[in-house]
Design a protein around this ligand. Structure first.
Ligand code: ARG
Length: 232
């Protein structure tokens, strides 16, 4: 599906990964979420048409790296590691990690998952955060292709806890009142990080997209979206 304005500068190819509610997810088969609406507003502001494709996390990163896609948005954290391979927009959302765990586990800090079985999405900052506590490639860490699969493993009892982005954790707990899970945030253990729109290195559209994002932040459109998705 191509969407956008009529006086378009051209059509950009956008990729996302929809296992990350409320940023990117499927609602009755349609992409929905804060990131999906933000990128739509940004593209309209910048004057591009775009195609958006929902692909797996690893495929999404690969598509941007090899230039098959012009950009990706999916709650992607800006970090030094990724900056060697990709370019990013200015930050558009601040995040940290939370631990979601089965009711009854005695978890009051990040360190308390040290001796537990922990599920994470592979290739994410949540995986890194868990490895910082348990150790790199620790056998008690199960890495899943999708964050949703980590949550399913928590449900089935394959893992005791999941480390993931705070807003995604809260959304999951809120939407699954029967799941018998709780969560904690530990800002001493888990650092704050920022999401950005991701581009291939040296992309020619980065500046354009970034200034559209800035316009939306300055003119209140971003705040409206933020209120819609995260306001009380
Ligand atoms: N913010 C984390 C990271 O960039 C997790 C992102 C996961 N996003 C997703 N669509 N599954 O590593």
């Amino acid at each position: 599906n191509t969407q956008g304005s009529e006086n378009s500068k051209g059509t950009l190819s956008v990729v996302t990964e929809s296992g990350f509610m409320p940023f990117s997810y499927l609602d009755k088969g349609e992409l929905a979420g804060f990131d999906i609406e933000l990128i739509d507003a940004v593209m309209n502001e910048a004057g591009y048409n775009y195609d958006i494709k929902n692909v797996g996390w690893e495929s999404m990163l690969a598509a941007v790296q090899n230039g098959e896609a012009d950009l990706a948005i999916a709650g992607i954290t800006i970090n030094d590691d990724r900056k060697q391979t990709y370019d990013f927009s200015s930050p558009y959302f601040e995040s940290t990690h939370k631990i979601v765990f089965r009711e009854g586990e005695n978890i009051t800090s990040g360190e308390d998952i040290k001796d537990l079985k922990v599920g994470v999405q592979s290739g994410t900052t949540g995986a890194e955060a868990a490895e910082k506590i348990l150790g790199t490639n620790h056998p008690n860490i199960s890495k899943y292709e999708a964050n949703t699969l980590a949550f399913m493993s928590l449900q089935s009892g394959d893992v005791d806890a999941v480390v993931t982005d705070n807003v995604v954790a809260s959304e999951y707990v809120k939407n699954n009142p029967d799941a018998k899970v709780e969560m904690i945030e530990d800002t001493d253990t888990f650092e704050s990080e920022f999401y950005g729109i991701m581009f291939p290195k040296d992309s020619e559209v980065t500046e354009d997209i970034n200034s559209a994002l800035k316009t939306l932040i300055d003119n209140g459109t971003y705040a409206e979206l933020y209120e819609k998705w995260f306001g009380e």
